[in-house]
Design a protein around this ligand. Sequence first.
Ligand SMILES: Nc1ncnc2c1ncn2[C@@H]1O[C@H](COP(=O)(O)OP(=O)(O)OP(=O)(O)O)[C@@H](O)[C@H]1O
Ligand SMILES: [Mg+2]
Length: 441
Amino acid sequence: MAQTIEQRISNLRARINNQKKAFRHKVKKQAFRFKPFSEKQKQVLTWWCPDSTVKDADGIIADGAIRSGKTLSMSLSYVLWAMNSFNQQNFGMAGKTIGSFRRNVLFWLKLMLASRGYKVVDHRSDNLLVISKGDTVNYFYIFGGKDERSQDLIQGITLAGMFFDEVALMPESFVNQATGRCSVEGSKFWFNCNPDSPQHWFKTKWIDQCEKKNLLYLHFTMDDNLSLSEKIKNRYRGMYVGVFFKRYILGLWCVAEGLVYSMFDPEKHVTSEHMTGAKEYIVSVDYGTVNPFSCGLWSFDGKNSIREQEVYYNSREKGRRVDDEEYYHMMDEMIGNHKVSYIIVDPSAASFIEVIKKHGKYIVKGANNDVLDGIRVVTTFLNKEMIKIHESCEDCISEFGLYCWDEESTEDAVIKENDHAMDDVRYYCYTFLRQRLRWKY
Ligand SMILES: Nc1ncnc2c1ncn2[C@@H]1O[C@H](COP(=O)(O)OP(=O)(O)OP(=O)(O)O)[C@@H](O)[C@H]1O
Ligand SMILES: [Mg+2]
């Protein structure tokens, strides 16, 4: 007999529910698979234990290379220390943002704690973890150093410990606030980070003063993570160049100096050929009226990109200012018959974005303007020779040879000259290419 619609819906619901149950069961069973801990990780895991010679330190700092096993060992050790030393106390745990902490730290931490018999209840709306084992119960509040609400919330709380993951990415004011809340006897501070500039506040005020502050200091390299194969380590090594290699791979606090794109080599990166078989075309724009206007047409074949053509208009040199309509027509002429997926524009160029929208011919997107992350991504693509510049793009090629770090600045900054094509190249790489290639390379 044919089923009624209600019966079919009810059967379908039952099937979906069974699938959901099976999935939950699978996730629960998926305990964390530990590889042997390295000596450094063991130090992080045991420094506070009763038979340790350094147990009276007021905290620990671990800095160094990416993927070197700092977060994993420190987050686990922090909770084990808290649960072994206190009961019914509040603790703080912070990442750059609450979201990044949940993604990078909490996911693994929960698996590790579950495999050690701890019960973790996550009150997501309060960003509170209640962790218990036997009669011991402690409360762990999650904060985001860059989240404004976290800055307010941390003011009223009394803490027995504070763990900062990626501390160098947080504002100093948040770290001072949070450490100031640790008034319980026996409280300790736990910090980890990747290196930055030697003048960074965390280097000068915490690492350089760790003895005075009675803090333990450990330096990690990728060899301190025994779960990484040589192949994976080599892949990471190949991803970074220049100052980023020194910081993220060698783990050094070093100044960003000289040319930003010192790896740019005309032999490798300038081409006399246009791309054949491009899958997509994208335009990137850095807008300027007094400063130069720079705009590039990029071809993309699914892996590699070529800056095929450019418009670079310097009103000072030309002695004539140009309005948005005229810029639009220059860009439109450059695009010609190419089928452009979208145009990425400097997010502050509101009037130019409006002009593109008004013409209704192209889709326009605001660029992601995170300068340092963007530069890092461009260096990676240059290093892998995945972006090339057509020889006709002379202004872009010339800026690659001029764009410099500001060595006078106390934090990473570029000199804001010869940076117009450099900005539009960064918009292309960071807003388009990184997204397209995220899972592939
Ligand atoms: N003993 C271990 N057993 C299994 N996996 C491990 C072990 N130690 C580290 N890992 C894994 O190695 C990777 C890197 O570790 P972790 O995130 O702790 O490094 P990190 O130094 O904090 O890196 P970053 O500086 O990039 O944040 C993670 O995927 C982590 O789960
Ligand atoms: Mg980490």
